[in-house]
Design a protein around this ligand. Structure first.
Ligand code: HEC
Length: 105
């Protein structure tokens, strides 16, 4: 590969890295507004579902279990009304917790 092409490839790669940005509260807000706010309230203060203040502080693996398997932090099954979210990625769930911590504190 010539130098010019190599530089182009490296530039493209750095844009890709930028696109899959690190977890952030801002990214979490988008996921929350689209998937959770209708039931948990615009600021996760509670509504149809409970406030997510406590859950914002759960260890990441427990938060993930809630969203993937529908269990609370003690392993008790959540009511079926709480949907499961098989498509959420680990980064999206980290972002969600960052957003929840920011809005519920
Ligand atoms: C259709 C309504 C609905 C949607 C949408 C929804 N939830 Fe829930 N959620 C509930 C209900 C109802 C409960 C309480 C279930 C129970 O008490 O067994 C709950 C419980 C939870 C709990 C357990 C809280 C605790 O303290 O025990 C977490 C965590 C949670 N939801 C996170 C989320 C997140 C994050 C999203 C979005 C990705 C979401 N929920 C979307 C209705 C919903």
């Amino acid at each position: 590969m010539g130098m010019k092409k190599w530089i182009l490839a490296a530039t493209a790669l750095s844009f890709l890295t930028f696109a899959s940005a690190a977890p952030s509260a801002a990214a979490g807000k988008k996921v929350f507004d689209a998937n959770c706010a209708a039931c948990h309230g615009a600021k996760a203060q509670g509504g149809i579902g409970p406030s997510l203040k406590d859950a914002s502080k759960w260890k990441a693996d427990l938060f993930k279990r809630a969203l993937k398997q529908g269990k609370d932090d003690k392993g008790v099954a959540l009511k079926a009304m709480m949907p499961k979210f098989p498509k959420l990625t680990d980064d999206e769930m980290k972002s969600l917790q960052l957003h929840l911590k920011a809005v519920t504190k």
